[in-house]
Every structure is written in C-alpha cells, then in structure tokens.
Design a binder for this molecule. Sequence first.
Ligand SMILES: Nc1ncnc2c1ncn2[C@@H]1O[C@H](COP(=O)(O)OP(=O)(O)OP(=O)(O)O)[C@@H](O)[C@H]1O
Ligand SMILES: [Mg+2]
Length: 373
Amino acid sequence: MTVKQLELINFRNYNKQTINFGEGINILYGQNAQGKTNILEALYISATGKSHRTNNYRDLIRHESNGFEVNLTATIAGRDNTISVKYILERGKYAEINGVKREKLSDILGTLNMIFFSPETLEVIKGSPAVRRRFIDIFLCQTNRQYLHFLKRYNTLIKNKSIALKNEKKDKFGDTIPVWNEQISNYGGKIAYYRMKAINELNAYMKREIKSITGNLEESDMTYKTYCSFAEDADQEFFISRLSEELIKGLEKEKHIGQCIYGPHRDDFEILLNEMSSRQYCSQGQQRTLALSLIIAELFYVENIKGEKPVLLLDDVMSELDQSRQEYLLKGLMDVQTIITTTDELSYHDMKNRNIKKFFIEKGIISSKVDLN
Ligand SMILES: Nc1ncnc2c1ncn2[C@@H]1O[C@H](COP(=O)(O)OP(=O)(O)OP(=O)(O)O)[C@@H](O)[C@H]1O
Ligand SMILES: [Mg+2]
C-alpha cells in the first residue's frame, strides 16, 4: 500500500497545500514548529479517524477558519482509493471513501494501514497499562473490523455498569447487572481472545527482531495479562466462560467497591528483556530498541494479515536511535513506504541506494526538492 497524494485544507497551520509522496523514503525536513508533524498527523487521521495528539477535532482547524479537509489518494491492492476526512464546525465531522459519505469516522479504520512511530511510542514500553491497551486496540481495530464492534459494545456496557454500581446503594439497577454481565462476558471474552492472539504473534516477530538488532545478545518476551490465566491454545469460549465465572463470583465485591473489577478493561501486557521487566529495568537505549522492534513486529503482522505492507510514519525518532539502529531500520525496511520528519536533512545523505524524496517545510508551505544523491 502506498500513499500518493495528500491535500490539506485549513488543517493546523496549513492553508491549502498538496504533497505528492514517493514510493520509497519521504523526508519532511525543516525547523521546529513549521508543520512537519502536522502532516503525519493528517495521514494518521485518514487511516484511523483519530489524531495521535488530541481528541478534540477543533484543535485541528486552522485558526480563524471554520473547518478543515484532509484528502488522501492511496494505492491499495493495485487500485487508487480516495479517503477524505472533513470537519465543518456547523456540520460536524464525517469521512468519505471513494466519494461515498460515511457518518462514522471509525468506518475508515482498516481501509489504510499506517504504523506511527513517534517519541510517544516509547510510552508503550515505559507508560501505564492504559497506554498499552490503547496501542493494542488501535492496532487490532486496523486489522480486524469485528474487534472494533466488540470493543464499542463492551465499553458501553462497562460504562453503564459502572454508573449502576456507583448507584447501587440506591438499589436502582441491582437486577440489571447480571443481565449486563452476560453480555460483558461475551464481548469481553472475545476481546481478550483477540488480544491474546495478537500479542502472541507480535511477540514472535519481536523476539526475532530483538535477536537480530542485538546480534543475539538480548532476548525479549511479551506476555498478555488479563482477568484469568490461560493456555496458549485457549479459544474464545474459554475466555467468555472464564469471565462469566469471575463476574458471578465477584458480583458482591464489585457492588461493595462500586467499580467494574473484572474484565479486559483492566488488561495489560508485559514486555520483558532478558527476563526482566522493561518498564523497570531497561536502559533508555534498550527501551528504544524494544519500541523499534515492536513497530517492526507490527509491520510484519499487518503485512501478514493484509497481504500488503503498511505505510510507516516516523516522527522525530531517528535522532533518538544510534547510528547502527537507524541503519537497521532503514535497511530492513527497504520496500516499505516511509515518511520521516527531521530537523536535520544532512543525516540522510548516505542513503544513496534508496529511493528518496525530500520536502522542505516552512511555516505551513511545502516545497519538494529534487535529490542530487
Ligand atoms: N489549529 C492550528 N491553527 C494554526 N496553526 C496551528 C494549529 N495547530 C498547530 N498549529 C501550529 O503548527 C505548528 C506546529 O506544527 P508541528 O507540530 O507540525 O511542528 P514540527 O514541524 O513537527 O515541529 P518540531 O520539529 O518542533 O516537532 C506550530 O507553529 C503551531 O502553532
Ligand atoms: Mg514535530
């Protein structure tokens, strides 16, 4: 899959700009605060409907305008597709896929696959369980349409049940909870099953990458932590019935505490390096290496499912990796369309054998530059 053209209208600091990407490496360079990350953000929005930086679409509208448009042309399985995301203050936000309007932005999920590696990706290694849940959810939503449906239903149920549990003293919803619990087990069990499968697969790819990056010196392992222990071949029914049991057993406790205690909304996954928790014991460099291998693992996983390589977005991360890891990333991803932001154009001079296109970004104006390498 490749991104061909992106048009931005009143998006962030862009008035009206079009950018034509190359199939290899695209380097967006320029000083700080010129609009480089804004371009990656627009690309990511056209793949997921979501910004990686804000939940408020208003932030995306260029100051003093009343709406924005992001129009993207991409080649998927040999065919050109257009995806537009629009937000007009009076009309709200919507998407169009090949000219057909979709009211729900989440409808665009899965059309395009993009993997975003930014300094924030490190939070998946270092941060709280919520960051890891979000990571795995976005990832699964891009690759599995059913998952998004299960997740939405589950989240609504948990939200309603939480309200009910808080009101339990008034005994308003007491009888409803067991009914909800049945549905929670059904959706929650499915979510846990898909998360387990995805984490197992990512783990296998990641192990391979870590070995390769570190010359067999280090070994990673990633394990899924959920409401029950499970065997590697556990199926959906297993997760559903285990959650159902937990919820029945724990009902009084949940009522007493007034919170939803059991279910995949409390999940986490642990990343180990050399059998030690990467959150607690890894050096910064090791954490970056893990993040890098996680991103590459994602890439292989998506390719395996979709039969096509996703587009890789790298925001400011090259400077965070040492020379050998930068080379590993760029050499290893020879045939992946990659869009990189950097303040330092010069550090890419030695990549002669790759198809490179450069764009200079200054105050929301994009100019492309013919590479003389
Ligand atoms: N809604 C908006 N309207 C107008 N300008 C905006 C809006 N949102 C952000 N900006 C501007 O966009 C610029 C930041 O863009 P961006 O984050 O893409 O910078 P960058 O080139 O990636 O910089 P850095 O190298 O520091 O990461 C800032 O100047 C900011 O004021
Ligand atoms: Mg930036």
